[in-house]
Write a protein that binds this ligand. Structure first.
Ligand SMILES: [Zn+2]
Length: 399
């Protein structure tokens, strides 16, 4: 393994390096691929392609040790990337758990550490804990910092202020980077968890079928990220939360951003909790009354339990939120004209939430035959943000 060659290869920017990267990306995307297919996809001349493939093999960046199916003549050589040449680390920090993933460059998870964290604010104690556990995951897998192409960290709390008024705190981000780099001499990138989830969903499931991709998330916050004709999101890391502030009702509910009628105030978890409490206070019947002695005890876990038990009050609030979310989502579809829309976040798997959204969107799309938008729920993986953090590092190198 020669990480120096890999880094030199990634950093070069001349015409030849661009073609080498083009070929490498195609091999990475396909897993196993023949020279004919590479030529077909990259439009590089056959003689040049053969020479460049040879160079990649000589430098151990790709392997050529398998044969494909014969279509009459000799069986073609199949190329694949050398997975032992470099690894990626992806980190997601949340207020409940933080995840450190070690991945190969195909984003397959090699090792994982889950840490209990009480605060999603990045402080020195948390950074020390993360540094210790990165050393631990490297040691467990007989790897050193030299083997790692980079570390991606999701840090929405710093990058994506929910009230949109607070500016991106670049001073804090520089301090975090400097502190980590003093302990770990590894390329480091901080970004938005929503963008990371979008990168991972796109790369793992939709690379070959989507050119205009929109990922949305309905959770404590409502967020979105668009990937158009690229592998990297169009949405600025500090603006993924703007979807939640799309106005869906004139003179509607007051939002923390100062506007009225923002989507966030109708479908995000805090809004649902507020509505449920309001209805219970008004004397409406709910199973929740049997579980709590005071409305102060109503938290998200209780609300999720009520959804599971098909409590009529909780379900009516959830269904109304799904109808309201459809309005915002359809506005987003009209703006970006995506071929693929992914709905992620805690609420999507709850009861009929996604089913209602899908039905509403498909009905509205009937009026736009020129739009060919498909809508899917996000994958159920809890590691998608960390995987995306690693994927973003790779995309940076292969840019
Ligand atoms: Zn707002």
């Amino acid at each position: 393994m020669n990480n120096l060659i890999l880094k030199e290869f990634f950093l070069a920017e001349n015409h030849k390096a661009k073609n080498l990267k083009k070929i490498y990306k195609e091999i990475l995307r396909e897993g196993l691929i023949s020279v004919d297919k590479i030529i077909d996809k990259t439009h590089i001349k056959p003689a040049t392609c053969a020479r460049l493939l040879d160079e990649l093999v000589q430098n151990n960046l790709i392997l050529a040790n398998q044969l494909g199916k014969s279509t009459g003549g000799r069986r073609p050589i199949l190329y694949r990337v050398n997975l032992t040449i470099g690894y990626l680390i992806g980190i997601e920090i949340t207020g409940i758990f933080s995840t450190i993933l070690l991945m190969n460059i195909e984003l397959s998870i090699i090792d994982k550490i889950k840490l209990k964290t009480n605060d999603n604010k990045i402080n020195l104690n948390l950074l020390d804990l993360i540094i210790d556990n990165i050393h631990k995951i490297l040691a467990n897998n007989q790897l050193s910092a030299d083997n790692i192409l980079g570390i991606g960290i999701s840090s929405d709390d710093l990058l994506n202020q929910p009230d949109l008024n607070k500016k991106n705190d670049t001073h804090d981000i520089t301090n975090i980077k400097n502190y980590l780099n003093n302990h770990l001499p590894i390329y480091l990138k901080l970004g938005s968890g929503t963008n990371f989830a979008a990168i991972a969903e796109h790369k793992l499931h939709y690379t070959n079928c989507s050119k205009r991709f929109v990922f949305t998330s309905c959770d404590i916050e409502i967020r979105s990220s668009a990937i158009i004709d690229s592998a990297l999101p169009l949405t600025q890391a500090n603006m993924t939360g703007s979807f939640g502030h799309m106005i869906i009702e004139k003179k509607g509910r007051l939002c923390s951003c100062g506007s009225r009628g923002c989507l966030q105030q109708y479908c995000a978890l805090p809004a649902l909790k507020k509505q449920i409490i309001k209805k219970i206070k008004n004397g409406e019947n709910s199973i929740i009354n049997q579980w709590v002695s005071s409305i102060k005890e109503i938290d998200y876990h209780i609300i999720f339990k009520a959804f599971e038990q098909n409590d009529l009050l909780a379900i009516s609030v959830l269904e109304q939120a799904a109808h309201d979310y459809s309005i915002g989502l359809f506005n987003l579809i009209l703006t970006f004209q995506p071929d693929t829309v992914i709905c992620g976040g805690t609420l999507v798997p709850k009861s009929s939430f996604f089913k209602i959204i899908k039905k509403n969107i498909e009905e509205k799309l009937n009026n736009y035959p020129q739009l060919n938008t498909k809508i899917y729920p996000a994958s159920a993986s809890y590691d998608i943000v960390s995987q995306g953090a690693g994927a973003m590092i790779l995309e940076q190198w292969l840019k």
